[in-house]
Structure formats: structure tokens, C-alpha cells
Design a protein around this ligand. Sequence first.
Ligand code: IPE
Ligand code: IPE
Ligand code: MG
Length: 257
Amino acid sequence: MKSDRCQHYGVDPSKLPRHVAIIMDGNGRWAKKRLMNRVNGHEKGSETVRLIVTLCRELGIEVLTLYAFSTENWSRPQAEVDALMGLLKRFIVSERESLKDQGIRLSAIGQKKRLPLDVRQEFDTTVAYTASNQGMCLNLALSYGGREEIAYAVRKIALKVKSRKLSPENITEKSVADYLYTSNIPDPDMIIRTGGEMRLSNFLLWQSAYSELFFTQTLWPDFTEQEFIEMVKDYQNRDRRFGKVLCSSNDGSQQQF
Ligand code: IPE
Ligand code: IPE
Ligand code: MG
């Protein structure tokens, strides 16, 4: 099924990104352009989420991380924060059955404890309901901030050192990564940002070290499956060197030295 869908879209199934992460930006501006409330933009944006989740599942992508709410977004007007939390809860409930049917497992990164209790409860229910799914992991970044995540990891590492379970000289890149929220998922191969801004806004700071970055002016509610596919094709044509030297051999294949 995976290669069928890839073929349909002209995507090479052997060079798929394992992990795609998206900064879903531009909902407010989408609404403003239509003289609507920002919340209407978020509502419309949740329709795009459905489309892109299903497309990624069909293509055979392993992990899709969606930046839904940053640690800084708590500073927005309370009415917008409340509306976003309400929308999140609705999404988690309304998509429960569909995620299960599509073989998608739900997970999250971020400060789950800061979410309202009712949102947390519905979230945990959907996580449990989809836990045995193997098709794709839909990972929501909720009250997520890259710097907060690193500080959280450092606190946990410090406790290990304090209790003499870890010595400072044994702290490696791998051990830091093991204490991040993303310890069990690969680094993102692609990071997409809609809405025209060219910044990461505190998203996956550690994990994005070698991610391929994609920026589009398209506002998230207007983002389409076609545009996503074009980005995947662009990704498949990029040379990922990871700081090494890439040599093309005459059979067209590439080797790293
Ligand atoms: C992204 O859209 C959604 C969240 C941050 C929750 P915005 O609400 O940031 O929309 P713009 O950037 O103001 O258009
Ligand atoms: C990033 O968008 C956060 C999410 C998409 C959830 P923001 O709209 O919050 O980022 P800035 O303020 O433009 O950097
Ligand atoms: Mg924004």
C-alpha cells in the first residue's frame, strides 16, 4: 500500500523522510484576511491537520510531529488560549475512532501537566485507545518549547549525577538525547513552516541539528496535500551530507566518506 500511494503521488518510497515535523503557522492571519475571529482560523486549520495526517499515513511516514501549542503561546489572550484548548480537546475526541481505523498512534511532547485536566484526560484516553497501532505515530507538540525541554533534560541528568548514578564524564550527546521528550523517536528529517516566517520559534532545537528546512508563504489553513507532496519531492532531491563529503559514483549512486 505504501509504495502504491507513493507512486500515485510521484514520490520515491525508498527515500521517504521517516519523521516530518510541521510548524503550523498562519491561522490568525488567515482569519484576519477574511475579517473573521482568530479562532475561526484555528478551526479551519484543524481541517488541514486532518488532511495532512491522512496523507502522511498513506505515504508511509513513520512519525508526524505537529507544533500545536508552544510554551510561549500561554501568553496569548486568555480567550484565545481557552479556544485553542477547547479545539484541541474536540480534535482528540472527534479523531479517536478515525486514528484507530487508520492505524495511527497518538503521542505528545511538551509540558502535559500544564494542560487543563479535561484535555489531559481525553488525550490519555485517545493515547490508550490507539496505543497498539503500528502504522504511524502522530506526535503533538503541546505546551512545547525546545529550551524548556533541554532545561528539563538537564535537571534530570543533574539528579542522576547527584545520586551518583551517572558521572559527568559519561554525559554524551546520546545521554542528553535520551532525556529529551523525543527519546524514542528519530530526529526530524523535514521541518516545514507555513505562514511565511523563517524561524523555528523554539521548536525541536536539539533535534533539528540536521533537519532539512522548508518554508512556505501559504497560511496553514490554505496548505494543501499537493504542496506537501512537492516538499517531499524537493526533500528527495536534496543531498544530506551531515558534515561529510558526498561522492557520486558513476552508476549514479552516492556514497559518504
Ligand atoms: C498558529 O497560528 C497556531 C498557533 C500558534 C496555535 P497563529 O495563531 O500563530 O497565526 P498567525 O501567525 O497569528 O497568523
Ligand atoms: C509557532 O508559531 C508555534 C506554533 C505554530 C504552535 P507562533 O505564531 O507562536 O510563533 P511566532 O510568535 O511567530 O514566532
Ligand atoms: Mg503565528
